[in-house]
Design a binder for this molecule. Structure first.
Ligand SMILES: *[C@@H]1O[C@H](CO)[C@@H](O)[C@H](O)[C@H]1NC(C)=O
Length: 143
């Protein structure tokens, strides 16, 4: 019985980390491929380097703000974390960005990319994805 419970907990916890192709299919179904000119492989590369596809990812920045979820969206501009100054342009609680259901995170990422900086808002995209061959990020996914 204890082993069964443990297995269940491990399965539930690891479900927070997306498989590369599972993420590609989820983002494609949500209209991310080509959204505001950003290709699907760019989104997958960004998520890989920002969070390792982990919806639970939380990182604290030196300015007191915090990055949340698979796209590491920041509390200073995009969401309300309840204790730091925010523009909350996505109109959400930051904790909603940690859900295994990506629908809120996807809507907010779309909001971020519509800003003048576009996808350059993500440092990891500039460092690891910009001007790179990104075909391996969607290879074998049938997308
Ligand atoms: C994810 O959340 C959205 C919005 O609440 C909902 O419409 C959708 O059915 C959910 N998807 C899954 C797979 O549960």
């Amino acid at each position: 019985m204890r082993a069964v419970v443990l297995l269940f907990l491990v399965a539930a916890a690891s479900a927070e980390v997306y498989d590369r192709c599972e993420l590609a299919r989820t983002l494609q179904a949500a209209g991310m491929d080509g959204y505001w000119g950003v290709g699907l492989a760019d989104w997958i590369c960004l998520a890989k380097w920002e969070s390792s596809y982990n919806t639970d990812a939380i990182d604290h920045d030196s300015d007191g703000s915090t990055d949340f979820g698979i796209f590491q969206i920041n509390s200073r501009w995009w969401c309300n974390d309840g204790h730091s100054r925010t523009a909350n342009a996505c109109g959400i609680s930051c904790s909603e960005l940690l859900s295994p259901n990506l629908s809120v995170a996807i809507q907010c990422a779309k909001r971020v990319v519509r800003d003048p900086n576009g996808i350059s808002a993500w440092v990891a995209w500039r460092v690891h994805c910009q001007v790179q061959d990104l075909s391996s990020y969607v290879a074998g996914c049938g997308v």
